[in-house]
Design a binder for this molecule. Structure first.
Ligand code: SF4
Length: 234
């Protein structure tokens, strides 16, 4: 169930709608509004979070507990405690935590902790969208690319060293004018680093691209083939 994406049953709890980045393809940049929720931004109170988790209902269909949306959850000072609480509550249930992060705030202690969560945190999606720091700087404005890359590599190595199965890693690459030239290098680098385990999310940055340009970029031989392969679940 770890690779089901947004299909199936899920609950979305956003610990914060603050972010340390200002990405050009973020909902807020695309809509031109700082706060897409139209309420003051904030950090969810830990007790409110716990009550929400306590109210979850489990059933025959797996439940994904998505702990992110238009913010970077690792900015929340209680995020580790939130993860610990949710993990404990869903242990042995038909549920799992799903996390997307820009990875720029990852630290070794957080990685060690995440590795201890076992199958309650079966996957993490890293939203990188770049292979080199300059591209990352242009797209994921304000994020520390070098830290993100180093920490992800440490994560992979530690999981391997500890002979752990989870979390599995998904690498996201949103194809845009700014990064399309390094899409192949990105896929090849992370595929070879994780050997045959890597799962990639390739998407196109509608509406940043005109329809014509979108089709043109996607149809560039290799990108289009890879995109279709992933769309078809290969
Ligand atoms: S990291 Fe995610 S939430 Fe933050 S600005 Fe970028 S796209 Fe938006």
């Amino acid at each position: 169930m770890w690779d089901k994406g947004f299909r199936g049953r899920y609950v979305l709890i956003e610990p914060t709608d603050y972010c340390n980045c200002d990405c050009i393809m973020c909902t807020r940049a695309l809509l031109g509004i700082e706060n897409p929720h139209k309420v003051p931004k904030g950090f969810m109170d830990l007790e409110v979070f716990k009550r929400a988790i306590d109210g979850l209902e489990f059933g025959a269909e797996p439940l994904a507990l998505k702990l992110f949306w238009v913010g970077e959850s690792m900015l929340h000072p209680d995020f580790r405690e939130m993860l610990a609480y949710a993990s404990e509550k869903i242990k042995g249930k038909n549920a799992y935590i799903d996390l997307h992060t820009n990875a720029t705030l990852l630290t070794k202690p957080m990685i060690e902790f995440m590795l201890s969560l076992g199958e309650t945190l079966p996957r993490i999606t890293f939203s990188l969208d770049a292979m080199n720091p300059e591209t990352h700087k242009a797209i994921r404005r304000g994020g520390d690319f070098d830290n993100a890359k180093q920490m992800i590599m440490y994560f992979v190595k530690e999981r391997e060293r500890q002979h752990l199965k989870f979390p599995r890693f998904i690498f996201q690459f949103i194809i845009m004018e700014e990064n399309s030239a390094e899409c192949r290098e990105f896929v090849e680098f992370w595929s070879s680093f994780l050997k045959d385990e890597v799962k990639l999310n390739l998407a196109d940055a509608w509406p940043l691209l005109s329809n014509e340009r979108r089709v043109e970029l996607l149809k560039q031989n290799w990108v289009y083939e890879k995109f279709m392969e992933l769309e078809n679940g290969a």
